[in-house]
Design a protein around this ligand. Structure first.
Ligand SMILES: *Cc1c(COP(=O)(O)O)cnc(C)c1O
Length: 417
């Protein structure tokens, strides 16, 4: 009996490839498609120069737009928080992990964004996931811009709500989807049963263009929908004191759910939601990624609070001014196909995955690091170099980049002179 079972299981095993073989097969497919990714060990602190593999590269890939991640004020705040509150929070926020630095951060975030309240999460990803799944369920509708970040797509799917996608920044298509959602939610009773959520970014992460937030606000008001805007790439950069694009356009008071990350221009780590007190209290009760997760390290909260303070200081203004100047210097050298680039992201869309990879390799040979962004981060066949500039770059750094880019010609980027 024993032998029989043993022999049988051997036969089964010989037919099924080992787990590693199976995965290696899938990895080989990714390689063939030019979609294989691997980690690059970096041996230096965040900044315009990056040490990797024993080489120093000029770095145009960081989201540390104001150059705060390695700023002494943020590091000092983190060190002080560690001294006073320890290395780890020890529990979730709702148990005994709600350490003072989180409350101080949330108060300064609410004041910065001029909202009643704020809540922070371990990451922006966790903020999106916790918020949309708490607010929307199977009877609700979520309408997304086609190019929103993966965390919003994942959150919307996980919520179980009906999903509709509108063409990128296309107001007519958004209105069509809102009409559909309105009819859908009134179908049975004639009364609105469901909530309709519209979710978009302010500055898009891979295209660098801005959403028409005023017009989107007008549309969501017309249809009684709620609006969530992810300001990951505008917070710290646009608006008064770096409050974001919604502030710059004067519509932040009409956006029910204001989301962002503390890990980009603000130089630290974490995600946030700002809005009415009722929204924040609701998320504390219902956002699973907030409730069922150990509170972040207090050092991250203290550093983020210092980043927010810096963003509102004269130094913050001057760093934003430098960033804007660097972006203008780069744009003066090239005609980029995307017109409304107002942040720090400058994409050079090359098309094929291998073309983007080859361009990135060519730049790396000139000691310049610009990542090739490919599927699934962007659509297949829309691979690109995603250039990000920061306040820490010098005019000479940008000139070096512009010269190197001139050697990578493509149909979609017209190079002047
Ligand atoms: C980076 C990013 C996030 C995620 O924020 P993390 O704090 O890095 O998890 C969310 N939305 C957009 C648009 C982003 O670019």
């Amino acid at each position: 009996m024993f032998l029989l079972v043993n022999r049988k299981s051997q036969i089964v095993n010989s037919r099924v490839p080992s787990f590693a073989d199976e995965l290696n097969q899938r990895l080989a497919t990714l390689r063939e498609q030019g979609l294989y990714r691997e980690l690059r060990r970096v041996d230096s602190a965040p900044g315009p120069r990056l040490q990797t593999g024993g080489k120093t590269l000029l770095n145009f890939s960081s989201n540390d737009y104001l150059g705060l991640a390695n700023h002494s004020a943020l590091k000092m705040a983190a060190v002080n928080a560690i001294e006073k509150f320890g290395a780890g929070a020890g529990a979730s926020r709702l148990i005994c992990g709600s350490l003072a630095p989180f409350h101080e951060l949330e108060e300064s975030l609410a004041a910065f964004k001029q909202t009643e309240a704020a809540l922070t999460f371990a990451t922006g990803y966790a903020a999106a996931l916790g918020t949309l799944t708490a607010l929307a369920g199977k009877d609700d509708v979520i309408i997304l811009d086609k190019l929103v970040h993966a965390c919003i797509v994942d959150a919307a799917k996980l919520s179980g709500a009906k999903l509709r996608v509108f063409d990128h920044n296309d107001l007519n298509d958004l209105e069509a989807k809102l009409q559909w959602a309105d009819a859908f939610s009134k179908a049975e009773s004639g009364k609105r049963k469901a909530e309709i959520f519209v979710v978009t970014e302010s500055i898009f992460s891979m295209d660098g263009d801005a959403a028409p937030l005023r017009e989107i606000v007008a549309l969501k008001e017309k249809y009684g929908a709620r609006l969530m805007v992810d300001e990951a790439h505008a917070t710290g950069i646009l608006g008064r004191h770096g409050r974001g694009l919604a502030d710059a356009l004067g519509v932040s008071g009409q956006i029910e759910i204001q989301m962002g990350t503390l890990g980009k221009a603000l130089g630290a780590s974490g995600g946030y939601i700002c809005g009415r007190r009722a929204l924040i209290d609701f998320l504390v009760n219902r956002a699973r990624s907030f409730i069922f997760s150990t509170a972040p390290v207090p050092a991250a909260a203290a550093a983020a609070a210092a980043g927010i303070q810096l963003s509102q200081s004269p130094e913050g203004e001057s760093r934003r001014g430098q960033l804007k100047q660097r972006v203008n210097e780069l744009l003066a050298n090239f005609q980029f196909p995307i017109s409304n680039l107002t942040g720090a992201i400058v994409p050079l869309i090359l098309g094929g995955e291998s073309k983007a990879l080859a361009a990135a390799t060519q730049l790396r040979e000139q000691a310049i690091f610009v990542p090739a962004i490919r599927f699934p981060t962007v659509a297949r066949g829309a691979a690109r170099l995603r250039i990000t500039l920061t306040a820490s770059h010098s005019a000479a750094d940008v000139a070096t980049l512009a010269r190197a880019l001139a050697s990578i010609r493509s149909p979609q980027s017209t190079i002047r002179n």
